[in-house]
Design a protein around this ligand. Structure first.
Ligand SMILES: [Zn+2]
Ligand SMILES: [Zn+2]
Length: 119
């Protein structure tokens, strides 16, 4: 079932579909990652693309629940950052395309919020 976005702020960034799919840098048009649209509840991402452009994405839905900050780290399964609790695939950030990033993502199925910062 389609979800209703409550907030969507994309800066220098483009998404392939309304709230998921491939993510692109608007300056160089390179794909910088992939957002799994069915499994996240809220996304906050700030990054610096290799082209020098700084971009960000903030997305959440009408029915998003307030996330619970988790101390646990996202796990990587086949290049995808996944929830360590239920293995739900959440997002892929292509490290080779992005210099650094700051990610905060809430898993829809368990409402835990995970943070990952690469500097
Ligand atoms: Zn770029
Ligand atoms: Zn989860």
């Amino acid at each position: 079932m389609a979800r209703t976005l409550k907030n969507k702020e994309l800066i220098n960034t483009r998404l392939a579909t309304n709230y998921g799919g491939w993510m692109y840098c608007n300056k160089c048009n390179e794909n910088i990652g992939y957002l799994c649209y069915a499994t996240y509840d809220k996304l906050e991402l700030n990054y610096k693309c290799n082209c020098g452009s700084e971009g960000s994405a903030l997305l959440y839905f009408e029915d998003s629940k307030p996330g619970q900050d988790s101390e646990n780290e996202l796990i990587i399964i086949k290049n995808r950052l996944c929830c360590p609790k239920d293995n739900e695939p959440l997002i892929t950030i292509l490290d080779k395309k992005v210099g650094n990033y700051d990610l905060k993502i809430t898993c829809k199925s368990c409402s835990n919020t995970y943070k990952k910062t690469i500097v």
